[in-house]
Design a protein around this ligand. Structure first.
Ligand code: HEL
Length: 417
C-alpha cells in the first residue's frame, strides 16, 4: 500500500483486476477450501432483481424522473434503470450515465486523509489547529472529530438551504474559498463540545479538505486523482469545481421545490462550491462499485486505517445506522452490514455501499432531491441487492424502502423531506 505512486499504480491495477473479476483472487479473496461431498455451499444471497426493480419503480412513483442501480458480486454484475435521465429529450435513464454523488465524496476525502495519517503527515488525534493554526476557536477539535462528525462545528448549509430553491439559486454559480465556508459555520454557535455527540455537518469535511491541501501542498482534486481515481482507473469520476457542467453521458438532475405542485427545477449545472471536499465529486455507478469494493477489500488503505474507518457508532435510535470515519454502516434486515455513503445534492440522490469484504457492492441513483419519499424508496435497493429474497418484508402500511428503518433516519428534519 502506501508505496511510491508508480508502484502503487501497478499494484492497484493488479488488485483492481481481481475486484473486477478478470484475474484470479489473491489471499484476501481466496476460493474456499473444497467442501465435503453432499454439503450445500452457504454463499451470499443472490440479489433479488424483481425487488430491485420494484424499489426503482417506487422511486419514480415517489417523484423521481428516473432511477437506476448497479449490483456487482461473485455472480457478476446486474444493472436496472427506469424512467428518464432527461425530461426535455425524454432520453431513458442509462446505467452508464454520470451524476453528482454529493456526500459520497466524503468517503473519497476520508480515504485521502487516512492515507496521509498512515504516511504520518497528519495525526488522527491531533488538534486541527496544530495543523491549521488559529483556524478554529477551540484547540480541542481533533481530526478524528471531523471525520466522525463530532466536532460541534455547525453545518452552514442548514441556513443556506433553509428555503430550497432560493437557497440553491443563490449559490449555484458562486465560488467560495474554503475559508468562506468555515467562516459561515463559525458565525453560528457550536452544536456541542468537541467529541460530545454526533451531529452531521458539511463543515467537518470542508476543514478536512483544507487539511489535505495543507499537508500535501496540492489541491484536493489532485489528491483524489493521484490516490484514488488513477489507481482504480475510475474513468467516469472527477472532482469538478468550480466548473458547472457534467461532461459526457450524464443524467440531468431535478430539484423538487418546497411548494407543493411547483414545477421541478433543472439543477444539473452548478459549481457545488458550497460543498467542495464535502460533496463535489461526479461519478458513475460502475466507478462507485469499483471504489467501494476496492476500499472495503483493503486496496486503498492499510488494515489499521480501514479498521478505524469501519469502526462505526450508532447514529439513530434503531441502532441500525452507524457512522465511522467518513463512512456509514447500515445493518440490513437479513443481518448483513454494508458500508459506504449516501449523497444528496440538488437533483441527485445516491447510495454507494459494499459488504465488509468488498465482494458485493451496490450503487443506486435517482435524478431528483428534496423528495424524502423518493430517497427512502431508493434505499430499498440495498435490501433487494444484499439480502436477496431473504429481506424482511415491510409491515403493511409502512413506507416502502428500508424494512428496518428509513434511509434518512439519522438526518435532521431539513434533509429528511
Ligand atoms: S445532507 C445528507 C447527505 N449529505 C449532506 C450533503 C450530502 N448534502 C447537503 O448538505 C445538501 C443539502 C441540501 C439538499 C437539498 C436537496 O434536497 O436537494 N435540500 C434542501 O435544500 C432542503 N431545504 C445528510 C442527506 C448524506 O446522505 O450524507 O450529500
Amino acid at each position: 500500500m502506501l508505496l511510491p505512486f508508480d508502484r502503487r499504480l501497478a499494484v492497484n491495477a493488479a488488485l483492481l483486476a481481481v475486484v473486477a473479476g478478470i484475474a484470479p483472487a489473491t489471499a484476501a479473496h481466496a476460493a474456499p477450501a473444497a467442501r465435503p461431498a453432499g454439503t450445500v455451499q452457504a454463499g451470499p444471497p443472490a440479489p433479488d432483481l424483481p425487488a430491485l426493480e420494484r424499489a426503482l419503480r417506487n422511486t419514480t412513483a415517489a417523484g423521481a424522473p428516473g432511477a437506476m442501480a448497479r449490483f456487482s458480486g461473485p455472480g457478476g454484475t446486474r444493472t436496472r434503470a427506469v424512467g428518464v435521465r432527461d425530461r426535455t429529450t425524454g432520453a431513458a435513464m442509462d446505467p452508464a450515465a454520470r451524476f453528482r454523488i454529493g456526500s459520497v465524496s466524503k468517503t473519497f476525502t476520508s480515504v485521502v486523509l487516512l492515507q496521509l495519517v498512515a504516511e504520518k503527515k497528519i495525526g488522527l488525534d491531533a488538534s486541527v489547529n496544530g495543523h491549521l493554526p488559529g483556524l478554529l476557536p477551540d484547540d480541542r477539535v481533533t481530526v478524528r472529530h471531523l471525520l466522525t462528525h463530532r466536532s460541534g462545528l455547525a453545518d452552514y448549509t442548514n441556513a443556506m438551504f433553509e428555503r430550497t430553491v432560493p437557497g440553491f439559486e443563490a449559490v449555484r454559480n458562486r465560488v467560495f474559498a474554503y475559508q468562506d465556508l468555515v467562516k459561515l459555520s463559525l458565525a453560528e454557535p457550536r452544536t456541542n463540545r468537541p467529541g460530545a455527540a454526533y451531529a452531521y455537518s458539511n463543515t467537518n469535511f470542508v476543514v478536512l479538505g483544507m487539511l489535505i491541501e495543507k499537508a500535501t501542498g496540492r489541491t484536493v482534486a489532485t489528491e483524489y486523482e493521484r490516490r484514488i481515481i488513477k489507481p482504480l482507473a475510475l474513468r467516469n469520476t472527477s472532482y469538478v469545481h468550480p466548473g458547472t457542467a457534467i461532461r459526457g453521458l450524464h443524467a440531468r438532475g431535478y430539484l423538487h421545490p418546497d411548494e407543493a405542485g411547483a414545477p421541478l427545477v433543472d439543477s444539473t449545472e452548478q459549481t457545488v462550491s458550497w460543498a467542495q471536499s464535502a460533496g463535489a465529486v461526479i461519478s458513475g455507478q460502475a466507478d462507485l462499485n469499483t471504489f467501494t469494493s476496492a476500499l472495503l477489500g483493503g486496496k486503498l488503505l492499510p488494515k489499521p486505517m480501514l479498521d478505524a474507518m469501519t469502526a462505526a457508532t450508532p447514529t439513530d435510535s434503531t441502532g441500525t445506522r452507524s457512522y465511522g470515519l467518513g463512512l456509514r454502516r447500515y445493518d440490513l434486515s437479513c443481518g448483513t452490514s454494508v458500508y459506504g455513503h449516501t449523497g444528496t445534492v440538488q437533483g441527485f440522490y445516491t447510495y454507494a455501499f459494499s459488504t465488509r469484504d468488498g465482494r458485493r457492492s451496490l450503487a443506486a441513483m435517482a435524478n431528483t432531491s428534496n423528495r424524502g419519499g423518493a430517497n427512502t424508496a431508493l434505499g430499498g435497493t440495498l435490501e433487494a441487492a444484499f439480502c436477496g429474497t431473504g429481506a424482511a418484508k415491510p409491515a403493511k402500511g409502512a413506507a416502502r424502502g428500508f424494512a428496518a428503518a428509513p434511509a434518512d433516519a439519522d438526518l435532521p428534519e431539513r434533509h429528511a423531506r
